[in-house]
Structure formats: C-alpha cells, structure tokens
Design a protein around this ligand. Structure first.
Ligand code: 6PG
Length: 247
C-alpha cells in the first residue's frame, strides 16, 4: 500500500472547504513548474459542492485540462452523467476553453469501443507513445460503500486490466467507462473525498495493511496505490475511527 495521509474534517462543509483549498493548492503547485495542469474528476454526489466551490474561484482556466476518472454509459445530458453534473456545478460557469474539456465519450453505442476512443484521446492529449499511460497531475476520487472507486467495482473484469488506460466497468450490469489501475497508479496527486457513516466499513477494509488479493478485489479502492501523493479527506461521520491516521 502506498504511503498516504488521512485528514478527518469536522463535517461535510469543512470537508468541502478543505478539499477546495487543497485542489487549488495542487493546481498552483503543478502550474508553478509546468505550463498546464491535468485534473480527473470523479462523479457521485460527494464532489458536487467541491466543483461548485471551484466554480467560484478565479483559476488560470486556459492552463487547466479537465478529464474524467469514470463515466456512466449514458448520454452527456442524462441526469446520471458525471459530465453533466460537473458542467452544471462548475465547468459551464467558468471560461474554460472548450478544447480543455475532455469528457469520456458515451455516444458510440459500444462501451468497449468508446473506452478505446478515450484511451486514444488520452494518448494524443498527453503525447504518449503506444503502451504508455497518462500521468494525471491531479486525480479526484470517491469511495462507494462497497469499496469501489471510479467505476472499478468489486470482482469485476476492469480491476485486472493492466494493458489499457480505459476499460468498461460494470455496476450491476450497467456499463461504465473507467480509468484503469495503471493510470490511477501514475497520478502525481490523488485525493479521495469521502463523507458519511455508511462509508466506515469500506474505509476500514481499504486501510487494512494486509497484502491480500481477495481483499483488493472485494474493496477495489485498495488498488489505488499511486507513486505520488495520496490524501484521504474524510468527514467525521466517515472518518472518526481513523482520525490522525496514515499509512
Ligand atoms: C460515480 C463515481 C463513483 C463515486 C462513488 C461515491 O460515477 O458514481 O465516480 O466512483 O465516487 O460511487 O459516490 P458518492 O460520492 O455519491 O458517495
């Protein structure tokens, strides 16, 4: 397991304030040493207020490139779309150049083909050779109460994909597109945002230091072992038992 830091914030509002400040700090640190910053967004409900708060900041939008860590295989205007959620909360409210927006395609009628489309898009966007994986500057992730992250769900085929940057995730038979473990491993800075008492059991399993492949497959967030910085930002409801922890 990668070394990681755990921060437990008093409540959801404090969690959002802290994650906003840390995201802005990480963007600033990336742009201090390079011309652009790449950030991958997670979906779900937890990060929405973070995205809204980022929409109220004055950031160097022309130097920020926004990707997604996963996407439900629905049209971009569908209520379940992660792209729609982030655009409504943040991205459509700021002068981000359209070419800096890199949503996962879900309009090809074939999840596997669209996963490959996004992998090719990443290869071009990051200027990669064949077989190279993108190194995101910032990766924002959530945690399901079943231990999934992005769209890496327990005991699914996507967990084992090591030769492609994007795979088809499977949530109860519903296809999703997801960045794969090798890509999540290369992020320079990874932040998990977790709120709610219902996440405690998953957190306990994810933080278990055992070297256990079955546990990894059952709680896929354990597979996120980035070489770079890894921060877990938890509200007290989720994180009380882990306050002051690290790994
Ligand atoms: C998604 C997310 C997913 C999410 C977790 C937690 O597409 O839903 O990427 O991985 O982060 O399910 O969701 P909540 O924040 O709503 O608990």
């Amino acid at each position: 397991m990668t070394d990681f830091a755990i921060e437990v914030l008093d409540d959801k509002a404090a969690l959002i304030d802290r994650s906003t400040a840390l995201t802005v700090e990480w963007i600033d640190r990336a742009l201090a040493v390079q011309p652009t910053c790449s950030i991958a967004l997670s979906g779900g409900s937890t990060p929405r207020p973070l995205y809204a708060a980022l929409g109220d900041r004055d950031l160097p939008w022309d130097r920020l490139h926004v990707f997604w860590g996963d996407e439900r295989y629905v049209p971009a205007d569908h209520p379940d779309s992660n792209q729609r959620m982030a655009r409504e909360a943040w991205l459509d409210r700021v002068p981000l150049p359209p070419e800096n927006l890199h949503p996962m395609p879900t309009d090809g009628g074939d999840p596997a083909a669209d996963a490959n489309r996004y992998a090719r898009h990443l290869q071009a966007a990051f200027g990669l050779a064949d077989g190279e994986f993108p190194a995101l500057d910032i990766n924002l992730l959530g945690l399901g109460d079943d231990g999934h992250t992005a769209s890496l769900f327990p005991h699914t085929d996507a967990l084992a994909v090591r030769d492609r940057a994007v795979a088809v995730g499977n949530k109860d038979g519903q296809p999703r597109l997801t960045l794969t473990v090798p890509v999540l491993a290369r992020s320079a800075r990874t932040m998990f945002l977790v709120a709610g008492r219902n996440k405690r059991d998953a957190l306990r399993q994810v933080f278990d230091p055992a070297d256990d492949a079955t546990l990894d497959s059952t709680y896929p967030a354990r597979l996120v072992r980035p070489a770079g910085e890894l921060r877990w930002l938890l509200d007290r409801e989720a994180g009380e038992p882990f306050a002051g922890g690290s790994g």
